[in-house]
Ligand binder design. Structure first.
Ligand code: F6P
Length: 563
């Protein structure tokens, strides 16, 4: 039994009741963003925040002068600040696994070595020591000193992992691509669907490829299956190319020079046949979906270099410090988490769109889906009791402007409220002109146009004034009053990206705290894993087939009939 005190039921607090009354008041008074802007020339100034590389405009959210105060009251009532400090100090917030939640220690600077977190462990010393090992290894690969079995330098990394051992590295690799400077590219294999591996090895020369197997537990079916496949591919292709002779010694040498691993289970890495010298560790106080800034980011250190990885870590740390030290009412990180609660629990929002206006962030929403939904998609609280309100909204999104030509219709005119974060950067590494038109400005014009349209809409009279036939007017009206947050960065640097990721980590934490959740376990993925093990033999085994439910049996029979 965990010693963590039971969560406070937010829904029974006077602060929750006050927010409920506030919501009803806004609805009954016909709150509309258009009126709110007209009534208060200071609205934008009051609801704008700056945090280092990022500027936040919250003014197009459904809130008035009272909302921030009431949300902060609720945060205090559920002990948000105490819980944040407890997390940073290494208390075991992950109750069902009895673990500390210390991803913030991954990015503490070397000057903090010696500070004890998690009861007795000097986590920062451990982190810095492992970073030094990774930096030294990465420099050897980047400089060409690390050679493959035939003496060639490494030009490709194949990183094998899934979930938190894949989504973060892929997302960051894509986001920072213009900064790749070592002549090394990276391919990420995650799916157990053989199509993934088949496509990723196309055109890949094993003589110049380094495989990184990334798995926190080193037991994940997909990753271990793919790692074995990669081993077979590497050895067989090298043999076919005449690069190795098929002797056990040469095979072992090839594995040593082309395979490294990242895990918390270094004993299992050794069992797999990877030299412990070539293994990089992290700790069970780092959740998989909070691990991109640990050894899980090894591929990134190779591609972008230790210096940029340090800037990336500094971005996380700066945001961690801001979140911890800024009073709630001014703390945009806390406010964004609280606003999400506001929309889910008081306005009935079921999903939240994240819409980066930056093609390099095209995997950002996919990354956030694991971070937010594996963390807060729960129906019981950290003491095992049922939740008392809706939790865990669905996060989704695609880069603009592509999304504008796909699903924005529903955000503008559908029947559901979908709060949305619009993320863009002032500068682009690829400035171009179309005639006299700066294309990036054309792009940013769209970024700004969308939040404007969502907030202020277009009235029937405005539609009529365009000469629209009367029967068609309703179809062309935009009611507006649809909430958005604009996040505007200066450049998409490693530092800014670190801040952006830490921002959503803490937003997730704030929401989880109000809902009383252990945001750091993920039992919901277990049943499917167990059942897959039982079902797989049934493709060929009649006894296993007979043990299945009627629908599964029918589907397997269909498979048997058509294969
Ligand atoms: O999907 C469940 C999960 O445990 C995730 O939380 C984790 O990120 C992923 O699987 C991969 O796990 P591992 O890093 O242990 O292979």
């Amino acid at each position: 039994m965990s010693t963590m005190p039971a969560p406070i039921d937010a829904t029974t607090t006077p602060e929750w009741a006050a927010l409920m009354a506030h919501h009803d008041e806004l609805v009954q008074s016909g709150f509309h963003l258009k009126d709110a802007f007209a009534a208060d020339p200071e609205r934008v100034a009051k609801l704008s925040y700056d945090m280092d590389d990022l500027h936040f405009d919250l003014s197009k959210n459904l809130m008035d002068d009272k909302t921030v105060g009431l949300l902060c009251d609720l945060a205090r009532a559920v002990g948000l600040e105490e819980r944040r400090d407890a997390m940073y100090a290494g208390e075991h917030l992950n109750t069902t696994e009895d673990r500390a939640v210390l991803h913030t220690a991954l990015r503490r600077p070397a000057s903090e070595v010696g500070t004890v977190f998690d009861g007795e462990q000097d986590c920062v010393a451990d982190v810095r020591a492992e970073l030094d090992r990774m930096y030294a290894f990465a420099e050897r690969v980047r400089s060409g000193e690390w050679k493959g079995v035939t003496g060639k330098r490494i030009e490709h990394v194949m990183s094998i992992g899934i979930g938190g051992s894949d989504l973060g590295p892929v997302m960051v690799y894509e986001a920072l691509k213009p900064m790749a400077d070592a002549g090394v590219d990276c391919r990420y294999v995650s799916n157990i669907d053989p199509n993934d591996m088949a496509e990723k090895v196309k055109g890949l020369d094993p003589e110049t490829t380094l495989v990184i197997v990334v798995s926190k537990t080193f037991t994940t079916l997909e990753t271990l299956t793919n790692a074995r496949e990669a081993k077979t591919w590497l050895l067989e292709t090298l043999r076919a190319q005449g690069a190795i002779d098929g002797s056990a010694e040469k095979d072992a040498e090839a594995i040593r020079k082309h395979f490294v691993a990242v895990s918390t289970a270094l004993d299992l890495v050794a069992d797999f046949g990877i030299d412990p010298e070539n293994a990089f560790g992290f700790w069970n106080w780092v959740g998989g979906r909070y691990s991109v800034d640990s050894a899980v980011g090894l591929s990134l250190i190779i591609v972008f270099g230790p210096e940029r990885f340090e800037q990336f870590l500094a971005g996380f740390h700066d945001l961690d410090e801001y979140f911890q030290k800024t009073p709630l009412e001014k703390n945009v990180v806390a406010l964004l988490g609280l606003l999400n609660v506001w929309y889910v629990n008081f306005w009935g929002a079921e999903s939240h769109a994240v819409l980066p206006y930056n093609q390099y962030l095209h995997r950002f929403a996919a990354y956030l889906q694991q971070l937010t939904m594996e963390s807060n998609g729960k129906s019981v609280r950290w003491d095992g009791t049922p939740v008392t309100s809706a939790t865990g909204e669905i996060f989704w999104g695609e880069p603009g402007t592509n999304g504008q030509h796909a699903f924005y219709q529903l955000i503008h005119q559908g029947t559901r409220m979908i709060p949305a974060d619009f993320i863009a950067f002032v500068n682009t590494p690829n400035p171009t002109k179309d005639g006299d038109q700066d294309v990036h400005e054309l792009f940013l014009g769209n970024y700004l146009a969308q939040t404007k349209a969502l907030a202020f809409g277009k009235t029937a009279d405005e539609v009529r004034a365009e000469g629209t036939a009367e029967w068609m007017v309703p179809a062309r009206v935009f009611e507006g009053n649809r909430p958005t947050t604009s996040i505007f960065g200066i450049d998409l640097t490693p530092h800014a990206l670190g801040e952006l990721i830490a921002l959503y980590e803490h937003i997730t934490f704030v929401e989880g705290t109000v809902w009383g959740l252990d945001s750091y376990d993920q039992w919901g993925v277990e049943l499917g894993k167990q059942l897959a093990k039982q079902i797989t033999p049934a493709f060929h085994d009649d006894e296993a087939l007979a043990a299945q439910d009627a629908s599964t049996q029918a589907l397997i029979n269909y498979y048997r009939a058509h294969r």
